[in-house]
Design a binder for this molecule. Structure first.
Ligand SMILES: Cc1ncc(C[n+]2csc(CCOP(=O)(O)OP(=O)(O)O)c2C)c(N)n1
Ligand SMILES: [Mg+2]
Length: 597
């Protein structure tokens, strides 16, 4: 900190960020946060990046931790600036991503609290952002004094980065931003004590009964909860060494090592047919760091892994409570950075090699699905992503958006070469563009690819200017199927193909003209052999993959089906030839099971 001015609350915020967070603050300015913007500008150890909408800033901040393991920070003004952050905050909340959001608030002597009247608003743009974000943050607080600020900021960061991680928000009235601080208190408050971050798991006190002891068909489900403690690869190695097959959620899939012989694929509604069959026929399943949401088990959880006992290990007790009523489920609360110590107690005792061999034989025979998707002479969504992955440099970062385009990327993705992520739980259209910006700023030496649909891009189109103004060498891959494909497919199944508000009423602009207007290089791809060259462009780059509008997601589990019973439905002869035992679909499943979009 190099300045002669008296130190203020705003200076403390800037210096705290410089020392403890990713020091480039993502923001849109405004009156109520202007003092902090100024302090960030004056501090030689912090930078700021201007987004065009605060939603972009909050999604980009979310991507910082995902791609660099530092806490991303946003700054927004009160009222509309603060409320625009909300969708990005929710992305971090549902996927357990730490992020620090700072909002400016009106001077306290202009606020509702000062008037002692329950009016809607007193100060201009006064909005109770703290109450609004309480349900989607681990901690949200409006500070009321400089002393409060000095205590609250370190505390908020501690909460964001400990236990099951998540976003936090601090609302700072202008008078607190301006208030001066004594230099000694300033220095003291900057030193954070991070010893309480993670509690040790006391294995000595647990009496483990080997969960796999009588299992002939053991299986591990690996989830994103294995990422914070960096234990995913170790667990994968354990599976390979002990001949225990494993499947992964989309949260864990891209971080696996390539070449795992016993990896069966990603499970779930949009999972691979083979992986789902494996889940359905396992007899013991150990779930590490996956909350088994309805994208994995479908809306009808009782039809999931019906032949299996399931042990779910998670750091969050509330997630485990979900399973308490089901006798097939057991639960264990644990920080998964100790996953390997736990597995030490779980070596299979029965001969599990026949099961592993059977699966590797079966996977060769299983339908891969993408053949069903489009006509032969047009670009196929699956083939184009597979082709693209061949030319993406090893060690790149890719981010995927929402909808059919997301499914096409994840269903085609081969783990190990490059990192891929998305906002899996919240899944807002338009996430991947600002997230790619955050990823590229945090990883300037890596190639960053943004996959996005025509609909998703229109949700955050304005952030194209952020890419251009920073001259970021991001490649934006528009997977253009000229509509809201995933919802159209849903309408085909349940509304007799009435494409209200997806085809009818929705339209797509000329992306080439838009890209050129902003200053991007642009390539239209209608054939597979155009892909490699489209990726050689340096600087801001748009590649538009032109897909037939009727392109489908396949396989996909439709409403009232089990995860092994996916569209496109395969004929009985093939099932017979696979000699695969899995449960019959009951003729009547409850109508209360959720539709699957
Ligand atoms: C912000 C937001 N609004 C609405 C939705 C609901 N939704 C999910 S996917 C989708 C269509 C996405 O269209 P596009 O981006 O073109 O993807 P496609 O399925 O065509 O690949 C919609 C409307 C959403 N996920 N996020
Ligand atoms: Mg689309």
């Amino acid at each position: 900190l190099d300045q002669d001015l008296p130190l203020s609350g705003a200076d403390f915020v800037a210096e705290f960020i410089a020392q403890h967070c990713f020091p480039n603050v993502f923001l849109v300015t405004g009156g109520a946060c202007a003092f902090i913007v100024d302090a960030i500008g004056r501090n030689s150890d912090t930078k700021f990046t201007c987004f065009q909408n605060e939603q972009g800033a909050s999604m980009a901040a979310d991507a910082i931790w995902r791609t660099r393991r530092q806490v991303g920070v946003t700054l927004a003004t009160s009222g509309p600036g603060a409320t625009n952050l909300i969708t990005g905050i929710a992305c971090s909340w549902f996927d357990s991503i730490p992020a620090l959001h700072i909002t400016g608030q009106v001077n306290q002597n202009e606020s509702k609290d000062f008037l002692h009247a329950n009016v809607r608003q007193a100060g201009f743009q006064e909005t109770d952002i703290v109450s609004m974000v309480k349900p989607i943050t681990k901690f949200a607080h409006k500070v009321t004094s400089i002393d409060d600020l000095l205590v609250t900021l370190p505390k908020a960061l501690e909460i964001a980065t400990s236990g099951r991680m998540g976003p936090v928000l601090i609302d700072i009235p202008m008078d607190v931003q301006k208030a001066s601080i004594d230099a000694v208190a300033f220095k003291q408050a900057l030193s954070r004590d991070s010893n309480i971050r993670s509690q040790n798991f006391d294995f000595a006190n647990e009496n483990f009964d080997n969960f796999f002891k009588d299992s002939k068909r053991p299986l591990l489900i690996l989830g994103a909860g294995l990422l914070p403690g960096e234990t995913l690869i170790e667990v994968q190695k354990w599976c390979e060494a002990n001949l225990v097959p494993y499947v992964a959620s989309w949260g864990a899939l891209p971080s696996l090592d390539s070449g795992g012989k016993l990896f069966q694929g990603a499970l779930g509604v949009y999972g691979s047919r083979h992986a789902n069959w494996v889940v359905q026929s396992a007899d013991k399943i150990l779930v590490l760091g996956s909350r088994l949401d309805n994208r994995q088990r479908t809306g009808n959880a009782s039809a999931f892994a019906p032949f299996s006992e399931i042990l779910v290990v998670d750091i969050d007790e509330e997630e485990l409570k979900k399973f308490k009523r089901d006798k097939n489920y057991h639960t264990l609360k644990m920080d998964l950075k100790f996953a390997i110590d736990l597995l030490h107690f779980f070596k299979p005792i029965e001969d599990v090699k026949p099961w592993a061999d059977e699966l590797s034989e079966r996977v060769k025979n299983t339908e891969s699905g993408f053949k069903y998707s489009t006509k032969i002479d047009q670009l196929n969504p699956y083939e184009s992503i597979i082709e693209m992955q061949k030319f993406i440099p090893t060690g790149s970062i890719a981010v995927s958006d929402c909808g059919a385009n997301l499914c096409w990327v994840y269903q085609s993705w081969k783990p190990g070469k490059s990192f891929l992520f998305t906002a899996g739980g919240n899944s807002p259209m338009g996430y991947s563009l600002p997230a790619a910006i955050g990823a590229q700023i945090a990883n300037p030496d890596k190639k960053v690819i943004c996959f996005i649909g025509d609909g998703g891009l229109q949700m955050n189109l304005q952030e194209l200017q952020t890419v251009i103004s920073l001259n970021l060498p991001i490649t934006i891959v528009i997977q253009n199927n000229f509509g809201y494909g995933i919802i159209k497919q849903f309408q085909d199944s349940y509304f007799e193909g009435r494409h209200f508000a997806t085809g009818e009423g929705y339209s797509v602009p000329n992306f080439e003209a838009i890209g050129i207007a902003y200053g991007f290089k642009y390539t239209r791809v209608t054939k597979l052999d155009q892909i490699s060259e489209s990726l050689t462009v340096t600087g801001p780059n748009i590649v538009e993959l032109v897909y037939p509008s009727e392109s489908l997601i396949s396989p996909k589990t439709e409403m009232n089906r089990f995860i092994h019973d996916q569209y496109p439905y395969i004929d009985d002869d093939l099932i017979q030839s696979l000699k695969f035992s899995y449960p019959e679909r009951p003729s009547e499943l409850s109508d209360t099971s959720n539709p699957t979009v």
